[in-house]
Design a protein around this ligand. Structure first.
Ligand SMILES: [Zn+2]
Length: 411
């Protein structure tokens, strides 16, 4: 079997360590090998080590790539995106730049409802094509694992259409039928919740179109009691749970995540620190999404420092979506996390690799460079991993490998 080796990397950032998400001081332990390399066979990592160790293992038919003094990292894992949608919201963006609020735009027919209209009108093929363009954006910024949510269909057929596209793209699929109350159910939220629980969830589960169920839990969208009803139903059908919690106001979303022992509680910009102990006890991972705070022009970032001190296995993700976070760039998120949330670059790297992979049930396969794992790795054009967060607005990824195959190379 033909093998591949990369040698001559200034740093191989392995993130090797215990087979679980990292907490506290562990977030800073990146397992860096100076002047190292990697050996790949059959799409898996065969060896990671210093240059001489890798060179000794090279066979005559091994393809050898010179890392050129660049850094080698696991592919980024983006654990929260809305990466399948039709059209975009550049009109809303311009209105917001002129001073309109997210709420005003939503009330005038913009926001999620406008994307839902376009997504319903698009064929499965059109949606796939639009989303494939964004998949390329993920890859060329160094991301090799992506979670994606439905939630712009808001009818059984359109949600299933989105989930089929998500499956074709190779993303980790999450059903988010409770993203917004669609126009035809205005003033009849309870009926819509019943349709999510009684019609959509059973079909999604029986066709195995989703691994997780998520709810946009906000008092003005789906209050806590609705979120609880939907997530309990999802759990009975065998789905894992994720929750959009406390994004616009503190309304008990994080507490619900702890109560239900969800895999993740996402956003948490308005969560009271008193809830962090309950999240830790319940094994819930916070997924922090600072690109949406940045895009909305707010300064209220989630309190990452307090979460790390409380022993939570923090994850960072892009929240890529056409409204509040139009970026697929994990390096951009690293920059915001370090400058605005005061995370150390090492903590931020752990949050977008090893911790993100565990939050998606992929901890045994992705997120670190260790023997036996899938060979998803990236050469970035830096000599020190901290440059990924420091030089912002730059595409650092030089060569991206997924399953041991080169999927992107910068010319
Ligand atoms: Zn989201």
């Amino acid at each position: 079997m033909r093998t591949l080796a990369v040698v001559g990397c200034s740093q191989v950032v392995t993130l090797r360590g215990p087979a679980r998400p990292r907490v506290g001081g562990e977030l800073r332990e990146l397992g860096i090998i100076d002047n190292g390399g990697i050996l790949v066979g059959e799409g898996r990592i065969a060896k990671v080590g210093v240059r001489e160790e890798i060179e000794r293992a090279i066979e005559p038919d091994t393809e050898v790539i010179d890392g050129g003094g660049r850094i080698l990292l696991p592919g980024f894992v983006d654990a929260h995106t809305h990466a399948v949608f039709a059209g975009n919201r550049v009109d809303d963006f311009a209105l917001r730049a002129g001073g309109a609020s997210y709420g005003q735009i939503a009330a005038s027919g913009g926001g999620i409802r406008s994307t839902a209209g376009k997504t319903r009108a698009a064929s499965e093929e059109e949606l796939f094509e639009a989303a494939s363009r964004y998949r390329e954006w993920f890859v060329r910024s160094g991301t090799t694992t992506v979670e994606a949510k439905s939630g712009y269909g808001l009818t059984l057929e359109d949600e299933m259409k989105m989930l089929r596209v998500i499956r074709r793209l190779g993303y980790v699929p999450t059903f988010l039928g409770a993203h917004e109350v669609p126009d035809e159910f205005r003033g009849r939220r309870g009926e819509y919740v019943r349709s999510v629980v009684n019609e959509m969830l059973p079909r999604v589960a029986s066709e195995r179109l989703a691994e997780y169920c998520d709810v946009f839990s906000e008092p003005s969208v789906f209050p806590i009691e609705d979120a609880r009803t939907i997530l309990r139903a999802a759990r009975r059908l065998g789905l894992g749970l994720r929750i959009h919690a406390d994004q616009l106001e503190g309304s008990g979303g994080a507490g619900l995540a702890a109560e239900l022992r969800a895999a993740t509680a996402d956003h948490l910009e308005h969560t009271e620190p008193g809830v962090f102990a309950a999240l830790r006890e319940a094994g819930v991972q916070p997924v922090l999404l600072p690109a949406s705070v940045y895009t909305l022009g707010s300064h209220r970032f989630a309190d990452a420092r307090a979460m790390i001190e409380a022993g939570l296995a923090v994850v960072l993700a892009t929240d890529f979506n056409p409204g509040s976070a139009p970026t697929p760039s994990i390096p951009m998120v690293l920059s915001i996390a370090c400058t605005q949330m005061k995370m150390h670059p090492s903590e931020a790297i752990s949050a977008v690799t090893v911790n993100a992979s565990w939050s998606l049930g992929r901890g045994q396969e992705a997120g670190t460079l260790e023997e036996g794992k899938v060979a998803d790795f990236v050469l970035h054009d830096c000599s020190d991993y901290r440059e990924l967060a420091y030089f912002f607005g730059v595409e650092h990824a030089h060569a991206v490998f997924a399953g041991g195959k080169l999927v992107f190379q910068r010319c």
